[in-house]
Design a binder for this molecule. Structure first.
Ligand code: GLN
Length: 478
């Protein structure tokens, strides 16, 4: 099969319906392609060939018997390896879980199974999703399909690279501080972090529970919308999930639907450190959006400068408690230890990589008696101010906020591994949304030709994914 390039959910489901190909054919071709291509990209940690072909076969049989199927039926999807698929290994990118077999399906997986999607395999990530480049997985370094000397972004770099190189039609990632949007920007695909609570976190390995959200990667905004709609919704197994009725407006927007939106441009996001090329690319997008007839106006989010500091207190605090379950008893590898103390020291010492240890130590520190008030409690207060900044802008009549996704295009492999702070700065424009719980999407700036991709970010009001997906689809079509 030679039409894998640029194969979207939309084209796949039309081709399937028109009998241009079968789900089995596409799945087989994809695995052949992955077998050669992924030697270079290293996006996948495991392939689920038997399961995928069995699922594709079921879809073909259902079609032959005239069953009416969802637009995700048979669609080959890649899943970040921090989400559970029953019966298969889920490593979280960590040595400590290298043999961990999932005993149940994450809710997003169960929902995709209802839609008869096909799971190609699990994708690489920065260990436990803690980083922006996918270099520090315990297993391999994933490379950017646009330039293999560069990183794909992270932590969902495997999912982004798989979609960007046409090894998967779409993918799921998770985003705690930018891990869907930054790799989407670096790899030239679409990635969305939904409103906190829109998608169940059940079966997602928890990093920082008040920030984590699962979201879609697609080759188009429309595909991201289709996938998001399928995974969203209340789940009794995640107390922070919420039911919203996302109607057809997510996938079928018209210019009339979005023309009356007002777009805000926050001055705090166009400061020193922003790469000139990124700034120019965003200016082009702003001009195009004005051409569509939307109102664009400057806005201010004055507490933006504290977001990174707040994130690096709250996130590690939650990481340190969440990862304490990897104690070598319930989860984790267990080496022969003489006593309990040795068990803790030896397993975690050998099982966790340096970034994970750094965050556990930071988190334990900011939660410790004596420092809790000064760091953790203070950070929560500033988090509130950051959230109120956004609320004030939305109250002033702005519906969507437009910003860069990352300060630079994809950087070189090895460029930021020596200095964690440099790595942390890649997320300066994505982190505020996680702190405020808002939806945000990264969309490739059009017309960059052979140059490295750059994404722009649209931020919406809570539960208004329709606005950012709608505007994104109109921009994409225009
Ligand atoms: N890169 C950010 C971090 O290192 C965000 C990670 C994420 O969103 N999972 O924490």
């Amino acid at each position: 099969m030679d039409n894998l390039k640029g194969l979207t959910i939309k084209k796949f489901s039309e081709g399937l319906r028109d009998k241009e190909f079968s789900a089995t054919e596409v799945t087989k071709s994809l695995f052949d392609y992955i077998d050669s291509k992924d030697k270079e990209i290293k996006a996948f940690l495991s392939l689920h060939k038997d399961d995928a072909l069995a699922r594709a076969g079921e879809v073909d049989a259902a079609l032959a018997s005239g069953e009416k199927l969802s637009s995700l039926a048979g669609v080959p999807i890649a899943i970040k390896d921090n989400m559970l698929i029953e019966g298969s290994i889920a490593t979280g990118g960590s040595k400590i879980l290298k043999d961990y077999k999932s005993s149940y399906d994450a809710t997003v997986i169960a929902k995709l199974k209802e839609n008869k999607a096909v799971f190609l395999g699990k994708t690489n990530l920065y260990e436990f999703a803690m980083g922006s480049s996918t270099e520090n997985s315990a297993f391999q370094i994933t490379r950017n399909p646009h330039d293999v000397s560069r990183v794909p972004g992270g932590s969902s770099g495997g999912s982004a690279a798989a979609v960007a190189s046409d090894m998967a039609v779409a993918a799921l990632g998770s985003d705690t501080g930018g891990s869907i949007r930054e790799p989407a920007s670096f790899c030239g695909v679409v990635g969305m972090k939904p409103t906190y609570g829109a998608v169940s976190r059940y079966g997602l390995m928890a990093m920082a529970s008040s920030l984590d959200q699962i979201g879609p990667f697609g080759k188009t905004v429309e595909d991201a919308a289709i996938l998001f709609k399928a995974i969203a919704g209340y789940d009794s197994k995640d107390a922070t999930s919420f039911q919203t009725d996302y109607g057809d407006e997510l996938t079928n927007p018209s210019l009339a639907d979005i023309k009356n939106l007002t777009v805000g441009i926050p001055e705090e996001y166009f400061v020193e450190g922003l790469d000139k090329e990124v700034g120019e690319a965003i200016d082009k997008v702003i001009a195009e959006i004005k051409n569509l007839g939307l109102k664009v106006k400057p806005v201010s989010l004055p507490h933006t400068k504290y977001a990174l500091s707040v994130y690096y207190i709250i996130m590690p605090a939650e990481v340190s408690t969440n990862l304490s379950r990897l104690d070598g008893i319930r989860y984790g590898t267990r080496e022969a230890a003489k006593n309990l103390t040795d068990l803790y020291y030896e397993d975690k010492g050998a099982g966790f990589g340096p970034e994970v240890k750094r965050r556990i130590i930071l988190g334990t520190f900011v939660l410790s008696a004596g420092y809790y008030e000064a760091y953790y409690a203070k950070a929560q207060k500033v988090r509130r101010l950051i959230k109120e900044d956004f609320e004030n802008v939305f109250k002033s009549g702005v519906d969507v906020i437009l910003t860069p996704v990352a300060p630079t295009p994809a950087f070189k492999i090895g460029e930021k591994t020596d200095n964690p702070l440099h790595m942390y700065l890649s997320d300066i424009f994505t982190i505020p949304l996680n702190l405020a719980g808002l939806p945000g999407i990264s969309i490739p700036v059009k017309g960059r030709g052979a140059k490295l991709p750059i994404g722009f970010q649209l931020i919406g009001r809570p539960w208004r994914e329709a606005d950012i997906l709608g505007l994104g689809q109109i921009y994409e079509r225009a």
